[in-house]
Design a binder for this molecule. Structure first.
Ligand code: SR1
Ligand code: MG
Length: 416
């Protein structure tokens, strides 16, 4: 029964749903319907009536960015709905409320987020978001911890993995576009030519980098640690001064936790390097860049603290059975192991963050942080600095044992 909905079809469809009709208010003919999707995959409509508004997302049977030559399963709308529902339970108030879902149409109607804007757009305008650190770290700590073996029984975890296992076409996009194509000749790659031609060639010839990114790819493919969002960049986060909402979890599956945390840090680091390329008053630039780096530090530190607090207080999973850690001696040894676990996770975060930076500069899908910098020569300077950091993070990950090391290296490269 799938069909691509255009404005008139959507109006008629919504008019047949009593709850949404009531929420929108007034006559269906008077509703204002606008297609606003600026992402790479889907249609997104804003519908406004006399009483209220909603957002409606419909999956297309192909990649919107490329066209019908690149088919993509509609089932991604099912996984997005499943992930949104789980995230709403685990991190209430941090994802949009789902109002309606139609599997056949691959369509989901959600709460309209207004006056929220896509965080990436705010960062390009040098806007600082005071709620962001607390909200995003709560979202990540709770969604990752409560879907992991630290919180679930082995049976629950395996059932949960199976529920998302069919989302492999979306995983394949990540496997190709993030972990493979930027490091080889691929038709869809692009970069700021001619300035980054040499850097692109050096990436294709860098076997240490190829080993490092292949290890990350394997980790992505073979580590069902938790239900990850799978595409947690600043274009998947909507913000105001006082609210944060995580949207678009269509890439969700059971994967490595470090991929989500790395995505957030990578996108903040790109906002930091891009800042030098945008027109800003000098004081504004310094204040914004200082805020971004402080945010990088706090995102990791607060995430780690919240995750550890949950582990200490709410560990009901089959991993680390309490019977193996009795008494004071056991408690002390388990606490040491928790710290070691977070250190291993941090190593993953550093590597995945690096991969997320490189894909935005040499792969198919770029971001406006860099793309809006003119002229291209100026853009290439910001991009090259980001690549310098990313290459070091991926190949010399041991040189970044703490988030302070990442920040220190970013500062040095900015002044380079
Ligand atoms: C073909 S899809 C390109 C990218 O858009 C999404 O937001 C994901 O990041 C994906 O890799
Ligand atoms: Mg998206």
């Amino acid at each position: 029964d799938y069909r691509i909905l255009h404005e008139a079809d959507l109006r008629a469809y919504l008019a047949g749903l009593p709850d949404l009709k009531e929420l929108l208010g007034g006559e269906p003919a008077s509703w204002a319907i606008t297609e606003v999707g600026d992402g790479n995959l889907n249609l997104v409509f804003i519908v406004k009536g006399a009483r209220g508004g909603i957002a409606v997302k419909q999956a297309l049977p192909y990649v919107r960015l490329v066209g019908e030559s690149w088919p993509l399963p509609l089932s991604r709308a099912h996984y997005e709905y499943l992930a949104l529902s789980r995230q709403a339970q685990l991190a209430p108030g941090l994802v949009p409320a789902v109002l309606h879902h139609n599997e056949d149409l691959a369509l989901t109607a959600m709460e309209l987020l207004e006056p929220h804007i896509i965080m990436r757009k705010g960062l390009v305008a040098a806007t600082r978001y005071p709620r962001f650190v607390d909200d995003i770290t709560t979202f990540m700590a709770r969604t990752l911890f409560f879907t992991s073996d630290l919180a679930l029984t082995a049976a629950e975890k395996k059932e949960a993995i199976a529920a998302f296992a069919g989302n492999h076409a979306l995983c394949k996009i990540t496997e190709d576009l993030i972990f493979t194509d930027p490091y080889r000749v691929a038709e869809q790659n692009r970069w700021t030519a001619p300035y980054l031609d040499g850097l692109a060639a050096s990436l294709r010839d860098d076997m240490d980098l190829h080993v490092a990114v292949s290890r990350l790819k394997l980790k992505f493919m073979a580590s069902p640690e938790a239900l990850i969002h799978g595409d947690l960049h600043t274009g998947s986060i909507m913000v105001t001064d006082s609210q944060t909402r995580v949207i678009d979890p269509e890439f969700a599956f059971y994967g490595p936790m470090g991929f989500d945390v790395g995505a957030v840090l990578a996108n903040l680091l790109m906002a930091f390097f891009a800042s030098a390329g945008h027109e800003r008053a000098p004081g504004e630039r310094a204040a914004f860049e200082a805020w971004v780096l402080e945010t990088v530090e706090q995102v990791w530190n607060q995430f780690a603290r919240k995750f550890l607090d949950l582990w200490r207080a709410a560990a009901a999973g089959d991993a680390y059975p309490p019977s193996l850690f009795p008494g004071e001696k056991g408690a002390a040894r388990l606490e040491t192991e928790r710290q070691a676990y977070m250190q291993r996770l941090f190593t993953d975060v550093v590597g995945f963050a690096a991969a997320k930076i490189i894909r935005r500069i040499f792969g198919l899908a770029h971001n406006i942080d860099f793309e809006l910098i003119e002229p291209p020569k100026r853009r290439a300077v910001s991009e090259a600095r980001a690549v310098g950091l990313a290459r070091a993070m991926m190949v010399e990950t041991g040189a970044f044992p703490s988030i302070a090391d990442v920040i220190g290296a970013a500062q040095k490269l900015r002044d380079w």
